[in-house]
Design a protein around this ligand. Structure first.
Ligand code: IMP
Ligand code: ZN
Length: 352
């Protein structure tokens, strides 16, 4: 099967982690020639072919390197455009890109978001129109304070009409308790049409029953990773959410939880053991009450485009062509992009 030609939906991709090394290198070269950076070449910091970043090495890649390189409007806009092109050339037809608003020298957080939305908008206006449509999710980092989280929610409200469709909780799972963010996610629920997605049970330390019950009480439409899930919480994901939020339109059908599962990231970062065959995709993909959106997380770091994630599940879990098409198409139901976009996708996603 041609996994690149298969039209695909990507719902869990961090902007700064999705920039290819070649693109980072080009930005670095331009800045180096202009005398604007003393940073080391990204191809030295992140050598081609190296994808085994564990979580300890992974988070500092951003705070100590990538954020210093992508530090001006031009580099932000240029890398956003390249990320869109890369997803499109891999056959992605709908993308929800997520990013943590940050202020850059001379650029407020609102201008950071506006710059990304402008890049998306001018990408959409190309002629002929590209098949990829992109939306934006704003992330709250676990290291943030509550006022910072509330600011991200306020930006999501401000930029909703320009293409912001959701709010995410991300960041180092070891960064401490998350209860403090509840008022911020309560606010998201008051913005009609804005979804909630949460990094969920990524590591043992963020997989306690207490934390996961708290996260579920924020009523996310989707959760990401879903690795260290105790049995009772698994039951909550399958039954609790569906019954509590039951019967929302859709001819009385129960609303299903979206699971953003990222195989290569989990294997390369050592978040699971036993390799691809042992990935919890195998436990979830036949659970009728949930919907899987296969995703890349950080393709620039882990090096596996979405087409390869589909190839991996076909190989390791023996999905045939019909099952692969159903998996890809299933994600339509959990996008945050609205009914019109769902209709467009129903028209272009393969049925078999
Ligand atoms: P940005 O939000 O566009 O700057 O993308 C990079 C940021 O995404 C990182 O600093 C992390 O906070 C977050 N991130 C990327 N991958 C992961 C992940 O697997 N778990 C949690 N946070 C992540
Ligand atoms: Zn993530």
């Amino acid at each position: 099967m041609d996994f690149r030609a298969l039209p695909k939906i990507e719902l869990h991709a961090h902007l700064s982690g999705s920039i290819s090394r070649q693109c980072l290198h080009e930005v670095w070269l331009r800045k180096k020639e202009a005398g604007e950076t003393d940073l080391e070449d990204p191809l030295m910091v992140m050598p081609e072919g190296k994808h085994d970043y564990d979580l300890k090495a992974f988070f500092p890649l951003f705070s100590s390197y990538i954020y210093h390189l992508i530090s001006c409007p031009w580099s932000l806009s240029h890398t956003t455009t390249r990320v869109l092109e890369d997803f499109a050339s891999d056959g992605v037809v709908y993308l929800e890109l997520r990013t943590t608003p940050r202020s850059l020298p001379g650029l407020s957080k609102a201008e950071y978001v506006q710059t990304i939305l402008d890049a998306i908008s001018s990408y959409h206006s190309r002629s002929p129109p590209p098949p990829l449509r992109a939306k934006l999710i704003l992330s709250v980092d676990r290291r943030n304070s509550l006022p910072e989280a509330l600011e991200a929610v306020s930006l999501a409200r401000t930029f909703q009409s320009a293409g912001v469709v959701g709010v995410d909780l991300c960041g180092d799972p070891a960064a401490g308790p998350i209860d403090k963010f509840r008022p911020a996610f309560d606010q998201v629920k008051k913005i009609p049409g804005t979804g909630v997605t949460l990094h969920f049970a990524e590591t043992a330390c963020s997989g306690t029953g207490k934390e996961l019950m708290e996260l579920l009480s924020w009523k996310p439409e989707r959760i990401g990773h879903v690795i260290h899930v105790p049995r009772n919480i698994r039951g909550q994901i399958i039954n609790g959410f569906a019954s509590e939020e039951a019967v929302k339109g859709d001819e009385g059908r129960k609303k299903k939880m979206g699971l953003e599962l990222c195989l290569s990231c989990n294997v390369h970062a050592g978040m699971i053991s036993g390799g691809f065959e042992a990935h919890h995709f195998g436990e979830w993909w036949k659970v009728e009450e949930t919907i899987i959106a296969l995703s890349t997380d950080d393709v620039g770091v882990f090096g596996s485009p979405l087409s390869n994630e589909y190839a991996l599940v076909a190989e390791h879990f023996r999905l045939d062509r019909t099952e692969i098409c159903a998996l890809a198409r299933g994600a339509i139901e959990v996008i945050f992009g609205g009914e019109e976009e769902k209709e467009r996708l129903r028209g272009i996603m393969w049925t078999e």
